[in-house]
Design a protein around this ligand. Structure first.
Ligand SMILES: [Ca+2]
Ligand SMILES: [Ca+2]
Length: 433
């Protein structure tokens, strides 16, 4: 039950058994159980965090994107909780003070008005750690835009904590002077987030450019260098962003999920990004060069509207030294009886055989109706899948304005960056669910 707001870290040994890797602490007899405020969506996101790299102590960070905080005047801003592991008791988690402030204000024509809107921003919808660094994001954070009249654009924002939560900084790459649906106004930065092994931050913003979506990379040191809460519009040095492509890529949601891995045989990791409504809604997952953000490989979904790319994860599943890719398609339907398809969800495991070459996927198909398997990022060498028992999985949803934002007649810019690589759906696009 969602209103019990309990999270059971039930580390499913399913994948481990199938591929013969070793799991760790797969304790289904005595799981650590944490609880959070009722209705806060406590457990929506999770990651492990090691406070001291020299000590073998692990904690669990748990996002609760509808939690209330002590921020004055903010309703359900969302929070991330710090939980000791193993749990001493169910109530052992504490909110991490990423942001204690109210909405910042600005003066427009002599009157003070909010610059931003943190209520219902879904902070904690995503949380990721990398050594001493933690990032957590609020994809539905809105700001009033640079326009004179002001609007409310869901650009999203993230907060970084470093050195065991001794310092915090905000990072909102889509809060830019490129608003509205055609720009970054509906970006929802931080809808997905990850770190490369060297600590570079990877941020997905699936709503930019008429919901084409985008992926952004940035160094954490560069975010912190010269950081000021007053710098509302800030271009961080060294930041990279995928740009707008042709309008045929509208509504594809690049960056709905992100991960990183090594797929070219060198030591510079590539980005992996889910595009669950791309490829005529078959969905695809792109491997993206981290140096120039070019698309260098695609995996394409097999069933329309299955949300292939809803989640992605990378780990060396079979221990051969090559990173492998796991893709979730939670709305995949089993069609044994064409008259009554069953939405069971499917996970695809692509083993890398050589740089940018992958074996046909191993399939894990759900057994329970509407189970909606969600992959979580693998921890070190172990693949973990986390399941919320009996819970219909909510999702922040990619925000769309109430009035239809049909793309206006605007010429495709000849200076636009090259379009995403073409994809090859495995079936004709005529099959509609
Ligand atoms: Ca590489
Ligand atoms: Ca492998």
């Amino acid at each position: 039950m969602w209103n019990c707001a309990w999270l059971s870290l039930l580390l499913l040994p399913v994948i481990s058994v199938l591929v013969g890797v070793t799991g760790f602490n797969l304790d289904t007899e005595k799981p650590s159980v944490y609880s959070g405020p009722e209705g806060s969506y406590f457990g929506y996101s999770v990651d492990f965090y090691r406070p001291n790299p020299d000590k073998n102590v692990m904690t669990v960070l748990v996002g609760a994107p509808k939690a209330n905080t002590t921020q004055p005047g903010i309703v359900e801003g969302g929070a991330v909780y710090y939980c000791p592991w193993p749990a001493s008791d169910a109530d052992s988690c504490r909110q991490i003070p990423f942001d204690k402030a109210n909405n910042r204000m600005i003066k427009v024509n002599g009157t003070r008005e909010p610059l931003e809107f943190k209520s219902h921003q879904w902070f904690g919808a995503t949380v990721r750690t990398h050594r001493g660094k933690v990032v957590a994001c609020a994809p539905l954070y809105h700001w009033r835009t640079v326009k004179v009249g002001g609007e409310m654009d869901p650009v999203g924002t993230c907060y970084i904590a470093i050195q065991n939560f001794s310092a915090y900084a905000e990072y909102s790459p889509c809060r830019s002077n490129n608003p509205d649906p055609e720009g970054q106004g509906f970006c929802q930065a931080g809808f997905s987030v990850d770190f490369t092994k060297d600590g570079t931050l990877v941020v997905g913003g699936p709503g930019s450019f008429y919901w084409q979506g985008q992926v952004i990379t940035v160094g954490v040191a560069e975010i912190l260098n010269g950081y000021s809460l007053k710098a509302i519009l800030r271009k961080v040095e060294g930041e990279k962003q995928t740009g707008a492509a042709a309008d045929t890529y509208d509504d594809s949601y690049l960056g709905y999920s992100v991960a990183v891995g090594e797929f070219t045989g060198d030591s510079e990791q590539e980005l992996v990004a889910g595009v669950p409504r791309g490829a005529q809604n078959f969905g695809y997952v792109a491997v993206i060069s981290s140096s120039d953000l070019s698309f260098i490989h695609n995996f394409t979904g097999e069933q329309m509207a299955s949300y292939f790319g809803y989640t992605v994860a990378v780990t060396d599943v079979n221990g051969d030294g090559l990173d492998d890719v796991l893709v979730g398609a939670p709305l995949y339907m089993e069609r044994e009886l064409e008259s009554s398809p069953r939405e069971v969800g499917r996970i695809y495991i692509y083993l890398q055989t050589r740089p940018l070459l992958f074996a046909p996927p191993t399939l894990l198909t759900g057994t329970h109706l509407l189970n909606r398997h969600q992959l979580h990022r693998p921890q070190t060498s172990t693949v973990t899948a986390i399941r919320w028992s009996g819970v219909d999985l909510p999702r922040a949803g990619v925000a769309q304005p109430e009035s239809s934002p049909a793309r206006e007649q605007h010429p495709s810019s000849p200076s636009s960056p090259p379009a995403h690589n073409s994809f090859i759906p495995r079936r004709g696009a005529s099959q509609v669910l």
